[in-house]
Design a binder for this molecule. Sequence first.
Ligand code: PBG
Length: 332
Amino acid sequence: MTVYGRFPAFRARRLRREAFSRALVQENRLHPSDLIYPVFVLEEGPSVDIPSMPGQRRLDLEDLCRVGERCMVLGVPALALFPVVPDRKRSEDASEAFNPDGIAPKAVARLKAEFPRLGVITDVALDPYTSHGQDGLIDENGYVLNEETIAVLKQQALTHAQAGADIVAPSDMMDGRVGCIRSYLDEKGHKLTSILAYSAKYASAFYGPFRDAVGSGAKLGKSDKSTYQMDPANADEALTEVALDLDEGADMVMVKPGLPYLDIVRAVKRRFGRPTLVYHVSGEYAMLKAAAQNGWIEEKPCVLEALLSCKRAGADAILTYYALEAAEWLQS
Ligand code: PBG
């Protein structure tokens, strides 16, 4: 390593001595505008708590609007919507996924009508709508079918765009879906709807509380998603996934989960220099909440440190269930 200064001429502690000089040389900052708030939306009220995600609820449309208002007040630029649909609307063919009167388009339209300047991001994947809880359509052996799934995802993305979604976010990990969705949206006159690709989405155990929240965990049973989501052991493959999604027209790419995968965030940002988001997922939220509720860690500094670490790794924005709390802490 090149040495640019040696003790005692160089002392790292000089600039650490006073708050003003620490502030001047601070390399990264967390700001409410870096945050995206993922929310669970219900077809019918009332809103209900999510036991494995203390502080988060499945929201009815009235509460969703209250949350939209909070985002506007706190300077959180966007919401990401995750629908929770009743069992009777789940099916093998996931047809509810592209129902223009379904909960996702309804929630989008309502939010955009009340808060036109709030960014609305929708999840493009079939897991809220399939009877088996997989993100796509399956064959008789339970294998998730690629092209058949994309045919449904295109329709789903279109209903979201028609309802006014600013950004559609395919989280399904089918091969080639970004390009198909891009050309379908363009063909239908939605060339300015952005695509946020869940490019490097790992088959992670940290999604457990999310699956409780949307009810897909029980449907999945003993099956998993490792025939389409990435192996947590792989890093180079993430770069391939990102390259493909960018080639196919993704405006932003995402790495998911967050803290255990910051090496991937770093590598993606360095290699491509394109808008790179990270998803601080439900299991990460649950761990921090549980430790905080037990008095084992101090919540605010731990959470802000975790989120700042995402920025230090190179993330441009962070999806986090802590978005509102963190924005409040940052403002005070
Ligand atoms: C599914 C989806 C998942 C999450 C976002 N979209 C879960 C999964 O892949 O089973 C997880 C988010 C979280 O854990 O917070 N399309």
